[in-house]
Design a protein around this ligand. Structure first.
Ligand SMILES: Cc1ncc(COP(=O)(O)O)c(C=O)c1O
Length: 387
């Protein structure tokens, strides 16, 4: 019967992330640094407001584009953050950030067309592209460049079938933030090669050391060809609400709304009310969470930096760090399995994010400082033992 499963689905391999979960379930207790979501619960004001709204009837379909009040609030948020006016026609509310990604690919890709993606990258990108008959083409990045894509690497990956470039900054899994001058140069190539851009900015609020968020969309000629994906999941600790939005030129957003209409009808209405409450939240609540991640980032970076055979960059954003352990072993999958067996700590092998991640690990600092300290000590002990 299994042969009846569509090839595009059956050929999805067991992801390195899921494999680690399955293995970890065999242990009675373990520390997971594999989780790609904030450990904080959604701020109470958000949940309370959504609950009140649900009790008052926010339990029906909304228009496919989104709850008009939420669309207005997003319009104001973008105006404040980007210093630029938007019409609500440039915005669509989606089911998580993933809803924005999948609507974009369904909207622009014909079979055989290619999407260029700096590797390592968030694995579902590839599945969404392949499900509509497209092809994900990696753009090589290197540890030495901080895993930031260079314009030369982008040029080298372009073919006549290239349709779009997908950028993700701040980045999962590396925590890298693409510097402004690189964005300038990538935008130049995009324009010369007449590509579209999907800019996945779901970590836009999770930036450290006084950085301000920069988007390729603001570069000359980009606004007409870029869709930006935002999500409430990471910045507002709202992963389970499944709510996000995308914005861009109306010529792209209008057909994306058609896709939303036919796939999910609309994003969950009660979650849209939660999104509205999130945008009304005092900035200090978010700043407090970001500061906690900053402290943990430093704690993790310092512990890894001390290890002689480990190379590591200090992440500019997100809650991930991506050390290179290739001087200890090339086989980061086996390393992760052995670490789990010996010390009951879950980390994700870098190759789960594409071959360019081989020899690296993704460590998420999504546990409190005490647990993180314990996990880092176990990692240090394990590395000293095997090297
Ligand atoms: C880079 C990136 N994009 C998109 C998403 C999806 O976000 P959401 O949970 O809002 O669908 C994630 C979630 O891990 C992510 O890491």
């Amino acid at each position: 019967m299994e042969s009846k499963i569509a090839t595009a689905v059956s050929q999805i391999p067991l992801s390195g992330i899921r494999e680690m979960w399955q293995r970890a379930a065999e242990y009675e207790s373990y520390i997971s640094l594999g989780i790609g979501e904030p450990d904080f619960n959604t701020p109470e004001q958000i949940s309370n407001q959504a609950l009140q709204d649900a009790l008052q009837g926010a339990t029906h379909y909304t228009q496919s584009q989104g709850d008009p009040e939420l669309l207005k609030a997003i319009q104001m948020y973008l105006h404040e953050r980007l210093g630029e006016g938007f019409s609500t026609g440039q915005i669509v509310v989606t089911t998580g950030g993933v809803g924005g990604l999948t609507s974009f690919f369904r909207t622009v890709l014909n079979p055989g067309e290619e999407v260029l993606i700096p590797e390592p990258y968030f694995p579902p990108y590839r599945h969404h592209i392949e499900w509509v008959g497209g092809k994900a083409v990696p753009v090589q990045t290197r540890f030495e460049n901080g895993f930031v894509p260079t314009p030369e690497a982008l040029e080298a990956a372009i073919t006549p079938q290239s349709k779009a470039l997908l950028l993700n900054s701040p980045n999962n899994p590396t925590g890298a933030v693409i510097p402004g001058e690189i964005l300038d140069n990538l935008a130049r190539v995009v324009l010369e090669r007449d590509l579209l851009v999907l800019s996945d900015e779901v970590y836009e609020r999770l930036l450290f050391d006084g950085r301000t968020h920069e988007s390729i969309r603001t570069r000359p000629g980009m606004k007409e060809r870029t869709v930006v994906v935002h999500s409430f999941s990471k910045s507002f600790a709202m992963t389970g609400w499944r709510i996000g939005y995308a914005f861009g030129p109306e010529w792209l957003i209008t057909p994306m709304i058609k896709v939303v209409s036919s796939t999910t009808s609309c994003a969950p209405s009660v979650s849209q009310r939660a999104g509205l409450a999130a945008l009304q939240l005092d900035a200090e609540v978010i700043d407090g969470m970001v500061e906690e991640f900053r402290v943990r980032r430093d704690q993790t970076y310092e512990a890894l930096k001390e290890l002689p055979d480990v190379r590591v960059h200090k992440p500019g954003g997100t809650f991930y760090i991506f050390p290179d352990i290739s001087q200890i072993t090339q086989d980061s999958r086996q390393f992760a399995l052995d670490l789990l067996k010996e010390e009951q700590v879950v980390v994700i092998p870098g190759e789960a994010f594409g071959p360019a991640g081989k020899g690296c690990l993704r460590i998420a600092f999504t546990v409190n400082q005490d647990i993180l300290k314990e996990a880092l000590q176990r990692i240090q002990r394990f590395i000293k033992k095997i090297s």
